[in-house]
Design a protein around this ligand. Structure first.
Ligand code: IMP
Length: 178
């Protein structure tokens, strides 16, 4: 299989599109079961989660809604050293069952920050659905209830994930070749 080049780095295909679709279906079945009779609000974190959010929602059979948020690049300080503002959340999440939809949990700081911020708005519940989790990189305890793939500490691109802006359009997942 031929490797691809993005900017200065070479990447090799490691997870096929078909495999992603099958695994997302598996996780969606768990959400269908856990949220039966409820109406969760999926909250996709832009930019990386757009493909995963679409595939996940396509497989949900329960009533559900979706909205997308972005995190500001502004960085102040809190206990973890990084705080980012959640932008674009126009609807109220008070009393809602929120599922944050993320592309990848790396250090976990982004999700910790997100849960802290959303938690102040009194949702009924908040869980995280992430396409990837790199457990070896976690710096803070973050409970990803709906994790699709657990991967080693390697940089990946494709299916919404980028390397310096490029690679999001790739239907498969590629690992960087060191
Ligand atoms: P965290 O706050 O360290 O968990 O960072 C999560 C964010 O870092 C993700 O939403 C991605 O935007 C980015 N990220 C972390 N690892 C990768 C990777 O392997 N490929 C592409 N983006 C990544």
């Amino acid at each position: 299989m031929s490797n691809i080049k993005i900017h200065d780095k070479e990447f090799v295909k490691t997870i096929s599109h078909d495999e992603i679709v099958a695994e997302v279906k598996r996780v969606a079945a768990n959400i269908n079961r856990d949220y039966a009779g409820k109406r969760p609000l999926l909250l996709g974190v832009l930019n990386g989660s757009f493909m995963f959010a679409a595939e996940l929602m396509r497989n949900l059979e329960i009533e559900c809604e979706i909205s997308f948020v972005k995190l500001s690049s502004y960085q102040g300080t809190n206990s973890t050293g990084v705080i980012k503002e959640v932008l674009g959340l126009s609807e109220s999440i008070t009393g809602r069952d929120v599922i944050v939809v993320e592309d990848i949990v790396d250090t976990g700081l982004t999700m910790q920050n997100m849960l802290e911020t959303l938690g102040t708005r009194e949702p009924a519940s908040i869980e995280i659905a992430s396409l990837f989790v790199k457990p070896a990189r976690l710096q803070v305890p973050v409970n990803v209830k709906y994790s699709v793939f657990t991967i080693p500490d390697r940089f990946i691109v494709g299916y919404g994930l980028d390397y310096d802006g490029l690679g999001r359009n790739l239907p498969d997942i590629y690992d960087v070749v060191e």
